[in-house]
Design a protein around this ligand. Structure first.
Ligand code: CO
Length: 134
């Protein structure tokens, strides 16, 4: 069911500082910030040869990543994103196996303009998993 690793996401308290770290210290290519109001985040992508790193900063009231920063003020790894061919088929299969899909269970459009879903960390080795239809 799983395809490529699309990205690993890291929540940061200061997106500009994080972009600077990846550009200057690590010499990486970093995209310009994009606000995703529906997801409550501002996002950039660090482009690597084989995958991407998503840097997330909270945006607006009630951002889903604000609580994460309260627990880990210096930031940290937030989720991994795997590609799937058919997100609805993947969701139905996982639900049939008892896995919990976050939110209302309907895919939302993610940072790449493609449908995404999030799976409960307690069902997946303590890691928040995002599925993106490739
Ligand atoms: Co993501």
């Amino acid at each position: 069911m799983l395809g490529r690793l699309n990205h690993v996401a890291i929540v940061v308290p200061d997106l500009k500082a994080a972009m600077e770290t990846y550009r200057q210290s690590l010499g990486a290519t970093v995209t310009e910030p994009e606000i995703l109001p529906d997801h409550g985040v501002t996002v950039v992508f660090v482009e690597l040869p084989n995958t991407k790193i998503e840097l997330l900063e909270p945006y607006g009231e009630g951002s889903p990543v604000a609580a994460f920063l309260e627990k880990s003020p210096s930031g940290g790894m937030h989720h991994v994103c795997y590609e799937v061919d058919d997100i609805l088929a993947a969701r139905d299969r996982l639900k049939g196996e008892g896995a919990r899909v976050l939110g209302d269970g309907e895919p939302k459009i993610g940072a790449h303009g493609k449908p995404v879903l999030f799976l409960h960390p307690k069902d997946f080795c303590g890691t928040l998993v995002e599925l993106e239809q490739a």
